[in-house]
Design a protein around this ligand. Structure first.
Ligand code: NDP
Length: 257
């Protein structure tokens, strides 16, 4: 990640890919200036690893409570972060938190659909709306020409499972209908935001992390979190206006919609 990366917020930062992103962004060769590592329950057992990391880097990491499915929680988080970033704003918002139900069409209940949509689509949408003033402030304050993740950007973590063009490769093994539909919705949300906010120089991009051995990806995954995150951070660092609205994998390769 580029040495000049300023303030970054990551959702779902207590385990899996989110935790590894925090780790590499603060312990890599070019640590970010400020990291807002958000999770649902900062005082719970599932946030212990994150809290230990934050203790090691108290000047960089702030652990902030955030339930991505709850608008009140998002508003409180935005208020807290806003008071810390001040006029410099927030440079990079990474919507990483997500859930997956595995069921096929016949097994998927209305509750599964609504829960998944609420976290995987409404979460990033509400995050964008509530953090938009801080992203706009960063775009204005940075003084960097063009678009980049150092200036003002939103990276939404999507999935190859949302790819309509590739469904035949993955459906039998992992139907995950509610998840696929939600991530396809997230893709469209991201394209809409990219179109709407390009005049404000806020960059939007979608990243597929690969099939990663996390709680969600399972033990059969193809790669471990450090490799996925190293790749995604390299891709994030290289983003320009040419990739605004793009859907890329962790190696920077375009994947079919
Ligand atoms: P994990 O299941 O390991 O971690 C999910 C994270 O999301 C946890 O930190 C969890 O927090 C958090 N989360 C879930 N619901 C909420 C919520 N309502 N509010 C805040 N945080 C929440 O998943 P991964 O790390 O593997 O996945 C991260 C992202 O990458 C997801 O968006 C996923 O869809 C995507 N992805 C993953 C792939 C893989 O192979 N692993 C492949 C393609 C995409 P808590 O501990 O509180 O539950």
């Amino acid at each position: 990640m580029d040495s000049q990366l300023g303030s970054v917020l990551i959702t779902g930062a207590n385990r899996g890919l989110g935790l590894e992103m925090v780790k590499q962004m603060v312990e890599g060769p070019h640590p970010v200036r400020k990291m807002f590592a958000c999770c649902r329950d900062p005082d719970g057992a599932r946030a212990e690893a994150l809290q230990m990391l934050a203790k090691k880097h108290p000047n960089i990491i702030s652990v902030v409570r955030l339930d991505a499915s709850d608008l009140c929680s998002i508003k409180q988080c935005a208020q807290q972060v806003g008071s810390l970033v001040g006029t410099g704003g927030l440079n990079l918002l990474i919507n990483n938190a997500g859930i997956l139900f595995k069921g096929n069409v016949q097994e998927t209940s209305p509750e599964d659909m609504l829960n998944t949509f609420n976290i995987n689509v409404m979460g990033p949408m509400n995050m964008l709306k509530e953090f938009l003033p801080q992203l706009l402030a960063a775009a204005k304050a940075s003084g960097i020409p063009g678009m980049s993740s150092r200036k003002a950007a939103v990276v939404n973590i999507s999935s190859f499972l949302a790819s309509m063009g590739s469904i035949g490769q993955t459906y039998d093994y992992m139907p995950a209908v509610s998840y696929r539909i939600s991530k396809a919705g997230l893709n469209m949300l991201t394209m809409c935001a990219a179109e709407e906010l390009k005049k404000d120089q806020i960059l939007f991009s979608l990243l597929h992390p690969g099939w990663v051995r996390t709680d969600m990806g399972g033990e059969e995954g193809e790669i471990d979190a450090p490799e996925s995150v190293q790749g995604m951070l390299d891709v994030m660092a290289s983003l320009t206006e040419k990739q605004n609205g793009a859907l890329l994998d962790y190696k920077g390769k375009s994947i079919p919609w």
